[in-house]
Design a protein. Structure first.
Length: 550
């Protein structure tokens, strides 16, 4: 299973956990046979105990891991049955297969003063999932919805005047330097500059005021994304902690203003000639998805370009062009403090890299499912099936690239050699005329298996994160970084591991967010992890206690 986990926003489902349940539920008014279990209960307000009369209850039927390429997997939610509560907050599910279950409750707009909840809650004193045996009736389940918190504030400009229609974004501040979006929390300021963000769960938050895109502005100045208490640096943003039912604020802060910059220059193709009709495009900012650049017009016949109304700070510009030699590319990072005049961007022709796949032991009869892939950042740049003689050519390659494989069941990447150099976990910029690659696959990978339990020894579903003991490999791209998930019985298996020294830790599924995964996150995991040393082909048993990072 593997390296990188793409987070799917929590709304409804996290776990269940029976292989029988994975095929879905059948709801029957007259249940029979093994599928005759029943779960009944009520939804109430945590603060008053009164019934919540407008809510949807979802019974999760599980989730499966789906590979999405050489760098990892994502969790696909298998949606179970849902039902509306009645006027007393009561609900019922019938015709259930035996297995492990969690209930997810989503309050309707008329109950928006409360927030969604899981039952049993993974961070509660008793987080073990509900266990349903054949023909069992589980009655009296009570799901308590926490009271939502609110953050209020007011946005002004540098002269103290209120600013209307400013988008306000709120993200959960997780441990380990990570942020998580809060779906449905986006609001805009009113005519007095005031905002009110409601429906927040207890936790720590970062609040940002985002000015309109610069393409909508007609001035040479613009407001910048500003974090409370009034900084443009995310690292200096305040963390706001709210408890259930809190109304935090008002937090008043001023938008920062900046002069928009202009970049002028010329684009040359890989032969050094001026390239006409080429457009420079900004990369999207990873923070709140903002692109603080208006865009550009294509270059003229002389290859000259102008990029107007650019925000100061770190920017990355991308250039793609199809010339006489094929696709050409440039990626230009700039830290802007003033206008630039006379910037020259020279395009690079794509590089061809040849190589062979080498199998340790008896090679498989067919390579039809195998793909060798060159990966640029979060994107698969090139993927190709090797020829019958196991040779391949990857082209065109641009910029820093990692080599991975996928698709061949039972075979795992052991190493990637570039000439005599081991580049298995390197992100390398290949050059013309370089040595051939050797992509070595093995069936002699190591395996870890075990059971995840709570502090009280009860089995629990969790994410198991395994990563190298070497801090130089603390990133989601490394072949030594892998994630797998245990179902309700707590049992997990993680295979395809290279020999070496590892750290392993079991955390709640929502805490196994490896995209992005800053160094601080791995440092946090390392403080709770256990060490394990693996040899080739070794199968090791490793039971883990669930670690709550919050």
């Amino acid at each position: 299973m593997a390296g990188l986990l793409l987070r799917i926003p929590f709304m409804v489902v996290i776990a269940a956990m029976s292989s029988a349940a994975a095929g879905g539920f059948q709801r029957d008014t007259q249940p029979s046979g093994a599928a005759s279990g029943v779960i009944r209960g009520r939804v109430v307000a945590e603060d008053t105990g009164a019934p919540v009369r407008d809510a949807t209850v979802i019974l999760s039927t599980g989730e499966r891991t789906v590979m999405f390429g050489p760098f990892g997997a994502m969790r696909e939610k298998l949606t179970g049955p849902s039902t509306q509560v009645d006027g007393d907050g009561r609900f019922e599910f019938v015709g259930l297969q035996p297995g492990w279950y969690r209930l997810s409750v989503d309050p309707a707009p008329s109950a928006a003063r409360y927030v969604s909840a899981l039952h049993p809650a993974p961070d509660s004193d008793d987080p073990q999932a509900l266990t349903l045996s054949p023909k069992q009736v589980l009655d009296g389940v009570v799901v308590r919805l926490p009271r939502a918190a609110v953050i209020t504030g007011r946005i002004v400009n540098d002269r103290g005047d209120p600013v209307a229609r400013v988008p306000i974004s709120v993200q959960v501040a997780l441990l380990g330097g990570r942020l998580r979006p809060t779906p449905g929390s986006e609001v805009r300021t009113d005519d007095t500059g005031a905002f009110r963000v409601f429906g927040l769960s207890a936790g720590d938050y970062v609040v940002a005021a985002e000015p309109p895109p610069v393409r909508e502005l007609k001035t040479t100045e613009s407001y910048r994304t500003t974090y409370y208490p009034g900084t443009v640096s995310l690292s200096e943003a305040a963390r706001i902690r709210v408890r259930p039912g809190d109304e935090y604020g008002p937090i008043d802060f001023a938008l920062s203003r900046a002069r928009l910059l202009t970049i002028r220059g010329v684009i040359l193709n890989s032969a050094g000639e001026r390239a006409a009709g080429v457009t420079v495009s900004p990369e999207r900012s990873p923070v709140f998805g903002v692109t603080p650049v208006i865009g550009t017009r294509p270059t003229g016949e002389d290859g000259a370009f102008v990029i107007e109304r650019v925000m100061p700070g770190a920017q990355v510009f991308i250039v793609n062009h199809v010339g006489r030699s094929g696709l050409e590319y440039a990626r230009v990072p700039l830290t802007l403090v003033d206008d630039i005049d006379g910037l020259t961007i020279r395009l690079q022709a794509g590089v061809s890299v040849r190589g062979h796949v080498v199998f340790e032991g008896q090679a498989p009869a067919s390579l039809a499912a195998l793909q060798v892939q060159a990966r640029d950042g979060a994107r698969v740049s090139v993927g190709i099936q090797p020829a019958a003689d196991r040779s391949f050519t990857l082209e065109p390659l641009f910029g820093p690239t990692a080599i991975r494989v996928s698709g061949l069941k039972g075979w795992h990447l052991k190493s990637v050699l570039y000439g005599a150099r081991d580049i298995t976990d390197d992100v390398l910029e290949f050059s013309h005329g370089g040595p051939d690659l050797q992509v070595i696959l093995t069936q002699r990978a190591a395996t870890i298996r075990g059971t995840v339990t709570t502090a009280k020894g009860a089995p629990i579903e969790a994410a198991v994160v395994v990563f190298s003991e070497d801090p130089a490999l603390w990133n989601e791209r490394a072949t030594t970084t892998k994630v797998t998930y245990s179902p309700g019985d707590g049992k997990y298996t993680l295979d395809g591991l290279r020999s070496g020294r590892y750290l392993a830790v079991a955390v709640p599924r929502d805490d196994a967010m490896l995209s992005p995964a800053p160094q601080e996150y791995f440092e946090l995991l390392a403080t709770h992890a256990v060490r394990v040393v693996l040899a080739e082909s070794e199968s090791k048993s490793l039971d883990l206690k669930l670690t709550m990072l919050r």
